[in-house]
Write a protein that binds this ligand. Structure first.
Ligand SMILES: *Cc1c(COP(=O)(O)O)cnc(C)c1O
Length: 484
């Protein structure tokens, strides 16, 4: 597709209402005005409308296609939450509105949303308090590890290490390292669980925390999780729960009940906010009682007269971790989503998410290698090792799926599965859609044997064909420069 600049024709104009003159910016001081006109393409109205309409049709999104991206929970995002977020009273909010006085109670409703969302998340996770401020999952992790560091420091305990399993999301060791800890990595055993013997060997009074994803990134729930949290606590370490994808757990099992001390959630995965393309997100962090005093400020409190206020008066707080109150719109959408679904609806989310993933696993396990053959939770992880024999790799399968109108599953993650294909159908897809995806995966498995070159050429129907991905990463060409 041509850039809009390349469609330029000297003298061509779009229709303009009134005068064609550029409005003079009378209020702007002269020194801020440009001396020469900007280099903009000259085009007709129709050129511009078609250009942008056609560009928008190249979008690949949850609104247009099935998106089984494991460990990312790309589910359908209900439109009613968008509507709620666009209510005038929320849309026109200014973060510096007075909480109570001056103009009445303009901020009270939003403070109530923050307060009530925190209460619902506490109930879902069995935590005592949440900060709603972190702006993404990774930001929540960093906040959580900072809380753990503050807790140990307050107790006068000097600890150097954070333990993570080798199946963990890369942000876990990264967050621990940024917070100043050294990372100890525990291998996964042949059963798909963190190697318990290795874990015990590494656990000591120098370990500050153990960061776990549960169900882990293989989509497996470790039945010995309580034993792990007990062992960690006995050593004086805290348990960190990566709850980015909580779909399988909702209403079924609560991190706090299994002994976790810190939890982060991704509202933009589990709680109905669209994501991808970098945000916006929200990664609220919940803590058990003993960590609550370290939470970031401000915190929303309910006063005895029923009004809500921002409280900054926590002398052990780790301080500010984000401007103002977090990504309010994302929190608001999660709140609306939880209220509409209620306890029964959220429990159903978990049941259907797990059912759909197991359906995919059962239907595809004769066609693809399944390194860990247990029943899965919200996602299942295959390997394309069998297809590699014919020269077809996970990346080729991914490209062919794009041609067929499916977003690829997550590939090459978790790192411990070679040629990983990590499929998360989510709870919001119909049986017809999932079946169509399964049929295509089976077709690929057949083709891999019979006509592998066809898969290796894909995508053929997309505006961008196979790229030299190394060159694209090392030598990107991202900006248009005028030819003068
Ligand atoms: C997505 C994800 C994260 C990171 O969340 P971001 O919002 O992308 O920073 C952390 N852990 C797991 C398991 C995830 O799936």
């Amino acid at each position: 597709m041509k850039l809009i600049f390349e469609k330029h024709k000297d003298g061509r104009r779009g229709f303009s209402y009134g005068s064609n003159c550029v409005l003079e910016a009378k209020l702007l001081p002269r020194k801020y005005c440009r001396a020469k006109a900007a280099i903009l393409p000259s085009l007709s109205e129709l050129d511009v409308v078609r250009h942008y309409t056609n560009l928008s049709r190249l979008n690949f999104s949850v609104d247009t296609n099935f998106y089984p991206l494991g460990s990312c929970t790309m589910k359908y995002n209900p439109k009613f939450t968008e509507k709620v977020a666009s209510f005038e009273g929320f849309l026109q909010l200014h973060p510096l509105l007075p909480q109570l006085s001056g103009g009445g109670k303009l901020a009270q409703g939003s403070l109530e949303v923050l307060y009530e969302t925190e209460k619902l998340l506490c109930e879902i996770t069995a935590m005592s308090a949440f900060t709603m401020q972190p702006l993404a999952g990774a930001h929540g992790e960093l906040t959580g590890v900072m809380l753990i560091a503050a807790y140990h420091k307050d107790k006068g305990s000097r600890r150097k290490y954070v333990i993570v399993p080798d199946s963990s999301h890369g942000t876990n060791p990264a967050s621990a390292a940024i917070a100043g800890y050294q990372v100890k990595v525990i291998p996964t055993g042949p059963d798909g669980y963190m190697d318990l013997a290795e874990f015990k060997k590494e656990l000591s009074d120098e370990v500050a925390a153990v960061m776990l994803t549960c169900p882990d990134t293989l989509g497996i729930f470790n039945p010995r999780i309580k034993e792990i949290t007990d062992l960690a606590h006995k050593a004086g370490a805290l348990m960190y729960y990566d709850g980015a994808n909580l779909n399988a757990m909702l209403g079924k099992c609560r991190p706090g009940d299994i002994g976790f001390d810190v939890v982060h959630l991704n509202l933009h995965k589990t709680f109905a906010t669209p994501h991808g393309g970098g945000g916006p997100g929200a990664g609220p962090v919940g803590v058990s009682e003993k960590l609550a005093e370290f939470l970031p400020i401000s915190r929303v409190v309910k006063r005895s007269d029923g009004s809500y206020a921002l409280d900054y008066n926590y002398h052990k707080s780790i301080g500010y971790i984000a401007p103002f109150y977090g990504n309010f719109g994302v929190i608001l959408k999660a709140y609306a989503y939880m209220l509409i679904l209620g306890k029964e609806g959220l429990t159903k989310v978990a049941e259907i998410a797990v059912l759909n993933a197991n359906y995919c696993q059962a239907k595809l396990k004769d066609w693809y290698d399944l390194p860990f053959s247990k029943n899965c939770m919200h996602e299942c992880v295959f390997s394309a090792a069998r297809q590699v024999k014919y020269g077809v790799h996970a990346i080729d399968i991914a490209k062919y799926l794009i041609d067929k109108g499916f977003h690829p599953p997550t590939i090459y993650f978790p790192l411990i599965v070679s040629e990983a294909l990590m499929i998360e159908p989510t709870e919001t897809e119909s049986k017809e859609t999932i079946d169509a995806f399964i049929d295509t995966m089976i077709e690929i498995a057949r083709l891999a044997k019979e006509n592998p070159s066809l898969i290796k050429q894909a995508p053929l129907n997309m505006p961008v064909k196979r790229l030299d991905e190394v060159r694209a990463a090392r030598d990107p060409d991202l900006s248009w420069k005028p030819k003068i």
